[in-house]
Write a protein that binds this ligand. Structure first.
Ligand SMILES: Cc1cc2nc3c(=O)[nH]c(=O)nc-3n(C[C@H](O)[C@H](O)[C@H](O)COP(=O)(O)OP(=O)(O)OC[C@H]3O[C@@H](n4cnc5c(N)ncnc54)[C@H](O)[C@@H]3O)c2cc1C
Length: 309
C-alpha cells in the first residue's frame, strides 16, 4: 500500500526535526522517517555546552526528546522506517523503506547525518565519552588544562590541534605518515606552535586507562617500537562517513566523499528534493548548524509544495 504525504523527511536528528517544524507550521503534511536511531548522533553524548539557549550543559537525549515532542505537538508524524531508495525525476517521488512500505511524497528532505570514522581499537566503545571523542569542537573545552592527543593528518586534525592548544598545555598529533593532507598554511601554523608536537609514522594501537583515558600507546610503523603518550583526551579526526549509501542508485547527485550535493538553499540536483545537516556538510558538523540548514530545507520544501499542489 502506498502512503501519500506532502513532505517526507528522512532522518530524525536536529536537521530533520528542524525542517519538520518549519514545514508543518507552514501547513504542510509532514512525516519523518527516523530510521534505526531516531534522534541521531546527539544521543551519543551526555554533555552539550555549545547549543545556544541552554545556560548549563545539557544532555543530547534531552535536546532530541524536546525536539521530537515539539514536532509531535505541532502535528508532525514520526515513523521508525528506514529508507532504502528514492525514485522519480520529478514530483511526486516514490520512497521505499526496508520492510516494503512505500511513500508517495510531493517533496523529500534528506537529513540522514553522518557517522564519525573511528580507529577500530578494541577499547574504543568503553572510552567514548570518557576522554575519547571524534569532535574537538564539541568536547575540547572539557579538556582545558590537560594534555591531549589528536589522530589524523588532514585539515580537521590540524585545526583541532590548533583549537585545543588554546587551552591545553600540550597537544600531540599522531599521524601514520610523514606527509599531510592538511593545507600548507595550517601545517606551518602547527609547526610554529610550541604547544603542539608531531608524532609521525605512528598509529595508535591501544588506549590506556581504567575508567577514562589516561594515555595512548602508539606504534612507530617504521621501527615497530611502541611508546605510551600520557593524555586525558584522545581526539580522532580521521573523517566522517555521510549516511547516503541508499542514494547511490538514485538521481540525487553525491560528491566523491558521499556528501549530498546541495546549494546554499538546500536544493539538490533534483527539483523538489532537498538536503540538510551533516549529510551535506564537509566543514562544521555541529547540531546548531544542522538545525539551521534543516530550517532552510523546511522553508524551501514548503514553498515547493505550495507551488505544486
Ligand atoms: C559523540 C558526539 C558528540 C557530539 N557533540 C556535539 C556537541 O557538543 N555540539 C554540537 O553542536 N554537535 C555535537 N555533535 C555533532 C552533532 O551530533 C551533529 O552535527 C548533528 O547531530 C547532525 O544532525 P543531523 O540531523 O544532520 O544528523 P544526525 O544527528 O546524524 O541524524 C541523522 C538521522 O537520520 C537517520 N537516518 C540515517 N539513515 C537513514 C535512512 N536510510 N532512513 C531513515 N533514517 C535514516 C538516523 O537514524 C538519524 O535519526 C556530536 C556528535 C557526536 C557523535
Amino acid at each position: 500500500m502506498m502512503t501519500q504525504t506532502d513532505l517526507l523527511i528522512i532522518g530524525a536528528g536536529p536537521a530533520g526535526c528542524s525542517a519538520a517544524i518549519y514545514a508543518v507550521r507552514a501547513g504542510i503534511k509532514t512525516v519523518i522517517a527516523g530510521g534505526s536511531v531516531p534522534g541521531g548522533q546527539l544521543l551519543q553524548t551526555s554533555e552539550i555546552e555549545n547549543y545556544a539557549g541552554f545556560v548549563n550543559p545539557v544532555g543530547g537525549y534531552e535536546i532530541m526528546d524536546a525536539m521530537h515532542k515539539q514536532c509531535k505537538r505541532l502535528g508532525v508524524e514520526f515513523t521508525p522506517d528506514e529508507v532504502e531508495k528514492i525514485e522519480g525525476e520529478h514530483t511526486p517521488f516514490t520512497v521505499t523503506c526496508k520492510g516494503g512500505k512505500i511513500y508517495q511524497a510531493t517533496s523529500v528532505i534528506i537529513a540522514t547525518g553522518a557517522k564519525a570514522r573511528w580507529l577500530g581499537l578494541a577499547e574504543e566503545e568503553k572510552f567514548k565519552g570518557h576522554g575519547l571523542s571524534a569532535c574537538a569542537t564539541c568536547d575540547g573545552f572539557f579538556m582545558r588544562g590537560k594534555e591531549v592527543c589528536v589522530v589524523g593528518g588532514g585539515n580537521t586534525a590540524f585545526e583541532d590541534a590548533l583549537f585545543l592548544s588554546q587551552f591545553c598545555p600540550k597537544v600531540s598529533i599522531i599521524h601514520r605518515r610523514e606527509g599531510f593532507r592538511a593545507d600548507q598554511v595550517t601545517v606551518d601554523q602547527v609547526k610554529k606552535n610550541p604547544k603542539i608536537q608531531l608524532v609521525l609514522n605512528s598509529v595508535p594501537e591501544k588506549i590506556i586507562g581504567t575508567d577514562k583515558v589516561e594515555g595512548v600507546q602508539v606504534k612507530n610503523v617504521k621501527t615497530g617500537e611502541s611508546t605510551v603518550i600520557p593524555c586525558a583526551g584522545l581526539f580522532v579526526a580521521i573523517g566522517a562517513v555521510p549516511q547516503t549509501d541508499f542514494l547511490k542508485n538514485s538521481l540525487v547527485a553525491l560528491a566523491d566523499n558521499g556528501l549530498v550535493l546541495a546549494d546554499e538553499r538546500t536544493h539538490t540536483t533534483i527539483e523538489g528534493i532537498f538536503a540538510a545537516g551533516d549529510c551535506t556538510d564537509k566543514y562544521y558538523r555541529q547540531a546548531i548548524i544542522a538545525a539551521g540548514s534543516g530550517a532552510k530545507a523546511g522553508i524551501e520544501a514548503a514553498a515547493f509544495i505550495n507551488k505544486n499542489r
